[in-house]
Structures are given as structure tokens and as C-alpha cells.
Design a protein around this ligand. Structure first.
Ligand code: NAD
Length: 498
């Protein structure tokens, strides 16, 4: 049995003695045990981070960027191994696992340009003999609490930006697939980062609470489900920390009558079923506009879904693999039960799916549910599995209102050939990230990622200049170098530039 340990200065030392099983979702077998840390372990990590962070903050930004450049090379050199390891614990297929690593790497590439991104502003002559300049200083020690579904991308989003900006970082990855995060930290040290700058502590609620309450952690970035995101946000903010907390999603794909349906079906099957639907930017709801569009779309969707190949994560032909745990499989199947009881029409039923030779794997067959309505619980909540729901809208306005009124507002897509409709949709929809004929509109690393409503608590997005802003605070200096003669101003009146 492989043990997955914390990666903190001074060695793993797991005083709590608690561990948790890590599965191979394709076989259903336990393949490792991960240590679950406690407050004492976190204290040790924070002490080590405190020792190294001030010097790192004073290291010139170009030197900090050089670590990022070396890290980029190391990630590229280790891409295949990382993808295999990721896929063995998460269950997503290898090519998709490479995408997971790649999308994180793109933020590291962005962080290579930190000298340009982080430089301040200067105004010469803001008043008589007065100059004003501002600088962006790191916060100190940051922590990241990450979900199981992107075990490479999301940690890199967070620590790439935090560390490039001059912070030390403590990563608390998901306990369900913790090996890749550990490997990412090892490679970062190999890239030349000083010991203690990036550490990894494992754990569950106990460790998360310790992070939320630790007085020396200045900022927390969280990604996970919405209830926990809200909890993390409230408790972190209560403790005076800066917190960004991204939550769940229920993204809609609007299909206008003029859309290229073959393209839509191709995009939709990938976006709804890829990674077994375990993506916060998946498209689990499709909204055809008009009954005619709905019928034409359904006729094309059914054979496309029936042709999907579900397989073990190493199967190069598989479109998607298992879901992450047996409990998650049970939860997804329960949601299909609920949808059926609520009156949804189960067109393709993925319940009870079993893969020959891998009967203990956590597989769920692709599921298509028609006639879903907004009052159904299975519509209101996130299912996070290979389940696509059809909600029929009578016209554009109704289609626009569905994602706009939903409790989640992460991503949304519209499929159309009508530029005016697309433009109108993008301007008016109450959702944070919009795709126009793009099913999974995860913004590139030099823009930024963040949803609205219950998909994100806090006001700063991940990565890009938004990420830099989250991980730094602004200091503004107003300076005057008098020539000794005085300027004759009345020091009792608030200074103005009049
Ligand atoms: P999760 O909320 O179960 O876990 C996320 C993190 O919180 C993990 O590190 C976990 O250890 C910790 N945690 C779990 N229970 C906790 C508790 N009671 N108290 C404190 N901490 C706790 O999420 P998950 O199942 O790992 O990931 C899937 C969820 O993440 C989905 O809802 C998905 O939409 C969401 N997600 C959102 C985004 C986004 O950017 N909006 C991106 C990816 C995933």
C-alpha cells in the first residue's frame, strides 16, 4: 500500500495518525492511503513559510520569474507521468488529464511575466513638487484549498500566481486525488524554489478549519462545492483574511434555431460527458429554443450519446472514464432517480452501468433527460456526473432567463449563427463566463476565471491581472522633496491639488 504524505519542511510527521483511502476509480480498488494532517502540522508548515517568505518577497521579480521558467520546463518534461498519475486517481482519460496539467501550466507561463504584471504606477508632478507612486506588495502566506476534479490545473492557478507575486504558499489539495499535487510541489522545489516557499498539507475539514483560523495565513483561495465555498468565505473573512471561494455550477447551453446542429452535438457531447461530467465548466443543461429545434437536436443527440465509449482511464479510445468514488456514483444515480420521480423523461439511462472486466469500477453510463423543468430539484442542483438535461424554451427571452435566474452562474454558452442574438445574450446574461459557439469557455490565462452568484464568493477572479490583484496589496506613496524654502501652504487645510 502506497502512503501519500504531507510535503512540509522537517518531514511529514503525521501526529494525527488519521489517514484516508485513495481509490483507483477504474478498478474500484484502494491504491494508496493519504495522511490527514492537523493543526500542529499546519503550524509547522506556517513557521517554515514565515522564515522564507520575507526574503522571497525581496527577491527581484525577474529572479522570481526564472523559477517559473524552470518550473515550466520541468512540468513539460514530466507531462506524461503527471497525466498518468492524475488519471489513475481521478479517473479522467489520459488526454484529458494532459489538458488538466496544460491549463495549469498556462498560468505558470503567465506568471513568467510577473515583472510586467506586478509593476506599479507613478505620477510625476501630482501637485507642486509632489509625486505619487503605488506598488503591489505580497500578502505574506497564502493557502489554497482545492477540489478533486482538476488536481493539477487549480493548484497551479493558485500557487503560480501567489508565489510569483512574492508570497509563500501552503496547498491543501483534495484528499481524493492527492498524488499529483504532491508531485507538483516536488517539481517546484526542483525548479529552484527555496525550501518552505511551497508546501503541501493533506487533510479534511479539520485541516481546512485550521487554515481558516490560522492567524498567520493572510489569504485563502478555495475552489470546491458552493456550501463549503460559502463556509470557507464566511469563516475566513470573519478571521480577517482575504478570501476568494469558487463554488459549484450548472451551466446552460442555449441552442438557437439557426445553430449548426452537427457542431452543437459534437460540442455538447464533449462538454456534457467529457471527464464524466465532473467539470465546473461542463454543460449539463441544454436549452433548445423552440420545439422544432428541440426535436431536431434530440434526434441527433441520441445516436451520438449512444455511440459514446465509457472505459478505464487508460483506454485511448474511451470518451470518458469512471467518476471519482463509489459514493459519487451513488449520488449521481440518485439524482437520475430524483429526475425520474419529478417527471423528467429518461431518454437514455446510465444507471446500473457496468464495464465488463471492471465491474467494481465507478462507472456511470451517459444519461439524457428530456422535459426537465425549472421547478425540479434535479435542475436546481449540481449533479456533477455524465447527465445531460434538456430544458425546452419557447423563445430567446425565456432561454436567456434560465441561466440568468439559476442559483449558479459559472459558465454559459450560446450556439447560433446570428451575431446580433449572440451579442445581446453575452451582454444581458447574468453569468460570469460566456461562450459563443464555444462550449467550455474557460478563459485563457491572461484573462481571468470566475463565476457569479453561488458559483463564487469574494470579488476577485483566479489568475490574470485579477489573480495578481488577489495575491497583492496596494501601497501608495505620496512624496515631496522640498527644496528647503517651504511652499507656503496652510498645513491645517486638507491638501488639495487645486
Ligand atoms: P468539495 O467541496 O467536496 O471539496 C473541495 C475542498 O474542500 C477539498 O479540499 C475538501 O477537502 C474540502 N472540504 C470538503 N468538505 C469540507 C468541509 N465540510 N469543511 C471544510 N472543507 C471541506 O468539492 P469537490 O467534490 O472536491 O469538487 C467538486 C466541486 O467543485 C463541484 O461543486 C464543482 O463545481 C466545484 N468546482 C468549482 C470550480 C470553479 O471554479 N467554480 C472549479 C472546479 C470545481
Amino acid at each position: 500500500m502506497r502512503n501519500i504524505d504531507h510535503l512540509v519542511v522537517g518531514g511529514p510527521g503525521n501526529a494525527s495518525g488519521r489517514t484516508k483511502e485513495v481509490y483507483n476509480p477504474s478498478t474500484g480498488e484502494v491504491q494508496a492511503k493519504v495522511a490527514l494532517g492537523d493543526t500542529a502540522l499546519l503550524d509547522r508548515a506556517v513557521e517554515a513559510a514565515k522564515k522564507v517568505q520575507p526574503e522571497w518577497a525581496m527577491t527581484n521579480p525577474q529572479k522570481r520569474a526564472r523559477v517559473m521558467f524552470r518550473y515550466k520546463e520541468l512540468i513539460e518534461a514530466n507531462m506524461d507521468d503527471l497525466a498518468r498519475l492524475l488519471s489513475s486517481e481521478h479517473g479522467k482519460v489520459i488526454d484529458d488529464a494532459k489538458g488538466d496539467v496544460q491549463r495549469g501550466l498556462e498560468v505558470i507561463e503567465y506568471a513568467c511575466g510577473i515583472p510586467q504584471v506586478q509593476k506599479g504606477e507613478y505620477t510625476i508632478g501630482a501637485g507642486p513638487g509632489i509625486d505619487v507612486y503605488s506598488m503591489r506588495q505580497p500578502l505574506g502566506i497564502g493557502a489554497g484549498i482545492t477540489p478533486f476534479n482538476f488536481p493539477a490545473m487549480i493548484p497551479m492557478w493558485m500557487f503560480g500566481m501567489a508565489i510569483a507575486c512574492g508570497n509563500a504558499f501552503i496547498l491543501k489539495p483534495s484528499e481524493r486525488d492527492p498524488s499529483v499535487p504532491v508531485r507538483l510541489v516536488e517539481l517546484f522545489l526542483e525548479a529552484g524554489a527555496p525550501e518552505g516557499l511551497l508546501q503541501c498539507v493533506h487533510g479534511d475539514k479539520e485541516m481546512v478549519d485550521a487554515i481558516l483560523d490560522h492567524p498567520d495565513i493572510a489569504a485563502i483561495s478555495f475552489v470546491g462545492s458552493s456550501d463549503i465555498a460559502h463556509y470557507v468565505y464566511k469563516r475566513g473573512v470573519d478571521n480577517g483574511k482575504r478570501v476568494q471561494a469558487m463554488g459549484g455550477a450548472k451551466n446552460h447551453g442555449i441552442v438557437m434555431p439557426d445553430a449548426d446542429l452537427d457542431q452543437v452535438v459534437n460540442d455538447l457531447t464533449g462538454a456534457a460527458f467529457g471527464s464524466a461530467g465532473e467539470r465546473c465548466m461542463a454543460l449539463p443543461v441544454v436549452v433548445p429554443v423552440g420545439d422544432d429545434t428541440a426535436e431536431r437536436l434530440k434526434a441527433k443527440l441520441i445516436p451520438a450519446i449512444e455511440a459514446l465509449r465509457v472505459g478505464v482511464s487508460t483506454d485511448p479510445e474511451a470518451h470518458y472514464g469512471p467518476v471519482v468514488t463509489a459514493e459519487h456514483k451513488a449520488r449521481v444515480e440518485q439524482w437520475i432517480d430524483t429526475a425520474e420521480k419529478e417527471g423528467g423523461d429518461i431518454v437514455i439511462d446510465g444507471r446500473g452501468f457496468s464495464l465488463q472486466g471492471h465491474e467494481k469500477g465507478f462507472f456511470v453510463g451517459p444519461t439524457l433527460i428530456d422535459r426537465v423543468t425549472t421547478d425540479m430539484e434535479s435542475y436546481k442542483e449540481e449533479i456533477f456526473g455524465p447527465v445531460l438535461q434538456i430544458v425546452r424554451a419557447k423563445d430567446f427571452e425565456e432561454a436567456l432567463s434560465l441561466p440568468s435566474k439559476h442559483q449558479y452562474g459559472n459558465g454559459v454558452a450560446i450556439f447560433t449563427r446570428n451575431g446580433h442574438a449572440a451579442r445581446e445574450f453575452a451582454a444581458r446574461v447574468n453569468v460570469g463566463m460566456v461562450g459563443i459557439n464555444v462550449p467550455i469557455p474557460v478563459p485563457v490565462s491572461y484573462h481571468s476565471f470566475g463565476g457569479w452568484k453561488r458559483s463564487a464568493f469574494g470579488d476577485t477572479n483566479q489568475y490574470g491581472t485579477e489573480g495578481m490583484k488577489f495575491w497583492t496589496k496596494v501601497k501608495t506613496v505620496t512624496q515631496r522633496w522640498p527644496d528647503g524654502g517651504g511652499d507656503g501652504s496652510n498645513a491645517f487645510v486638507i491638501p488639495t491639488m487645486g
